[in-house]
Ligand binder design. Structure first.
Ligand code: ADP
Length: 376
């Protein structure tokens, strides 16, 4: 929990309900606090037991995404200078690109507490009211997967974000009371893999919105080299680039592959990790030269062979592969789209000639002008 029992929060609620049944309100609020304690975790700078934290802690350590970092760091500096709270900020882009990391950096640069929760964890309006009422001036509330907030919870955020207050009802029937609860000014940072699924009223309440894109091989090589330094792994430049090339443009994957390559090198006693050692280790992991893993290839072969290259709908593909649809949409497809192996059309997904070539399967014969001629 970000803070202990929040005395101010309790006073505020009781003040706001002079004529209401105080006992009932206080009990209700205690329940909210307990619930909020389950839902939040304080920004924890400590390392997970036995593992080294690879997250950059300051903007200078954050590799790549220059335009985003330049813009958000100016906004942070300006708000520090004015002594204001930072505008609400939204980060969107595929998983593992550094949205959570940047939220933690922002909170640290603002010298603020970060309260971390996620859309699916905030099930009921009471959850979000409890959380908001415990925030102190300048705190950062980070909501991961913000597109998965329920509509009811989302509505509470509108006035919280805009006017720093929430209106909620207690009791029911003749005992129903509307309570207006003022909040301390705070900054909401939302993170989502699906900006399109955010409702317009919520999206409009973010003063700052940024899209994080896939990283270049050069940037990922920097991530690998930095992480290798922290993990005390001996790797040369070629080894770092080999891992970077196979990381699907994603720093989280770079770090995961680095750990796998390190294990392999330790077991083989290979000494310094070079590109040959790194390549061999990643082949064993099922990661090919372009970074596609087993699920990526299964998706591509299913679309290309079972559906003759499409068009195929995502429901059908998910059912055939027996994989969660959201995983395919959030994790598999963005990179295949990015490298041009598939396209999304209004009829469904299609494999491109490059996609067919990668899996070594010939594209189906299309009815070219010559065929058309014979048919007619
Ligand atoms: P997201 O929230 O977008 O899913 P995270 O912020 O959790 O991604 O990032 C995943 C991991 O990748 C982090 O733990 C961090 O170690 C690493 N990482 C992400 N972005 C960067 C970056 N720009 N520079 C260095 N490491 C990064």
């Amino acid at each position: 929990m970000a803070s202990g029992p929040d005395e101010n929060g309790r006073e505020r609620i009781v003040q706001a309900s002079k004529s209401a049944d105080e006992a009932e309100i206080t009990a209700g609020e205690q329940a909210l606090e307990e619930r909020a304690a389950d839902l939040t975790s304080q920004s924890d700078e400590s390392e997970v037991a036995g593992t080294k934290d690879l997250r950059p802690r300051r903007f200078q350590e954050y590799v790549g995404q220059r335009a985003v970092v330049d813009s958000i760091s100016i906004a942070v500096m300006a708000s520090n200078k004015r002594g204001d709270t930072l505008d609400h900020a939204l980060f969107h882009g595929p998983p593992g690109l550094g949205k959570t990391t940047i939220a933690h950096i922002i909170a640290r640069e603002l010298d603020s507490m970060l309260v971390h929760t996620s859309g699916p964890a905030l099930e009921r309006p009471a959850d979000v009211v409890g959380l908001l009422s415990n925030l102190k001036t300048g705190d950062v509330l980070f909501i991961d997967e913000i597109h998965r907030l329920s509509h009811a919870v989302e509505e509470y955020l509108y006035s919280a974000m805009e006017d720093f207050r929430v209106d909620f009802m207690t009791g029911s029937g003749a005992f129903a009371k509307s309570i207006n609860l003022p909040l301390q000014p705070f900054t909401l940072i939302g993170s989502t893999t699906r900006a399109g699924m955010l409702s317009a009223p919520l999206r409009e309440r973010f003063g700052l919105a940024y899209h994080l894109d896939f990283y270049s091989t050069e940037e990922l090589a920097q991530v690998v080299t930095r992480s290798a330094g922290i993990l005390e792994v001996d790797i040369n430049d070629d080894g770092a680039h080999e891992i970077a090339r196979r990381s699907r443009g994603t720093p989280r994957i770079s770090n995961r592959l680095l750990r796998r390559v390190r294990d392999f090198a330790e077991v083989r006693n290979s000494g310094t990790i070079d590109s040959a050692v790194a390549a061999e280790a990643m082949e064993i992991e099922g990661v090919d030269a372009l970074g596609l893993d087993r699920l990526d290839r299964l998706y591509l072969t299913t679309l290309s062979k079972n559906y003759q290259g499409g068009p195929a709908g995502i429901h059908a593909l998910a059912a055939t592969i027996n994989e969660d649809q959201q995983t395919l949409e959030d994790v598999v497809e963005p990179f295949l789209l990015k490298i041009g192996f598939i396209v999304r059309t209004t009829q469904g997904r299609r494999t491109t000639p490059e996609g067919f070539e990668h899996i070594g399967h010939p594209p189906p014969q299309t009815e070219g002008p010559t065929n058309q001629g014979t048919l007619l």
